[in-house]
Design a protein around this ligand. Structure first.
Ligand SMILES: *Cc1c(COP(=O)(O)O)cnc(C)c1O
Length: 229
């Protein structure tokens, strides 16, 4: 087995064990492979080993990779911060956007979603850590944003996403993920998605109801931001 196939097997086992420990069906937890900074060949290898959903943070890098992988039936997820001048290409080239955190961006994605494609799946990113984090709306803004985004015709609001401040303490990890789950339960509106959990904290996220875990390092190894992409 290649290293990537090996890593996928290990992550799949972690997901299975965490789901079973939480009394959940493992198939209810999706594995989103975060391929930012990884070459197209790594995505190809992960696809050959059974993965079909890939997450990217940087638009230009993602578009180049998508062009090299156009022969494969992949689902692409945008998970990074979004500037307004990037919404058109994101609306045209992705199946999901996990990182919507303000109405202006949601509005533009809806307006710019091409008519021949199904509505774009989106998650509202919420800042559940009290640190001065760069991205995500506040919990108090979430209700109004959920209502407004739900009304946009070319988006399908699937749920909530968070990136809590990193912690080695499982109880602290779970508390942050629990806040996102409670918020989802409070707002409901048929949201079926909680996008939460990364390589270090996927067990805590699954215990609190994650339906997508976004995994980079545990699948592809450490990222090298210095290498030309
Ligand atoms: C990079 C990234 C991940 C993956 O993180 P790992 O710790 O490498 O698993 C997940 N989600 C987002 C939003 C990211 O930017």
């Amino acid at each position: 087995m290649s290293t990537i196939a090996n890593n996928i097997a290990k992550v799949a086992a972690r997901i299975r064990e965490a789901a079973q420990a939480a009394g959940r069906e493992p198939s209810t937890v999706g594995l989103l492979a975060v391929s930012k900074t990884q070459p197209a060949g790594a995505v190809r290898e992960a696809f050959a080993a059974g993965l079909g959903d890939f997450g990217e943070n940087y638009l230009q890098e993602a578009l180049e990779k998508q062009a090299l992988l156009a022969d494969l039936p992949l689902n692409w997820h945008f998970i990074g911060p979004i500037q307004s001048n990037k919404t058109k290409a994101i609306a045209e080239h992705f199946d999901w956007v996990h990182s919507v955190d303000r109405l202006k961006i949601a509005q533009r994605l809806s307006d710019q979603r091409p008519a021949h494609l199904p509505p774009l799946n989106v998650c509202l990113q919420v800042n559940v850590s009290d640190e001065q984090s760069k991205s995500g709306c506040s919990e108090s803004e979430a209700r109004e944003l959920v209502a407004a985004i739900s009304a946009l015709p070319r988006l399908r609001l699937r749920g909530l996403m968070c990136i809590p401040a990193p912690s080695d303490d499982a109880a602290v990890q779970r508390a942050a993920f629990a806040r996102l789950r409670h918020l989802r339960d409070e707002l409901d509106l048929c949201m079926d998605t909680l996008s939460m959990g990364m390589s270090q904290d996927l067990e805590a996220a699954i215990a609190e109801g994650a339906t997508w875990v976004r995994i980079g390092t545990a699948l592809f190894g450490a990222r090298d931001y210095g290498r030309p992409q």
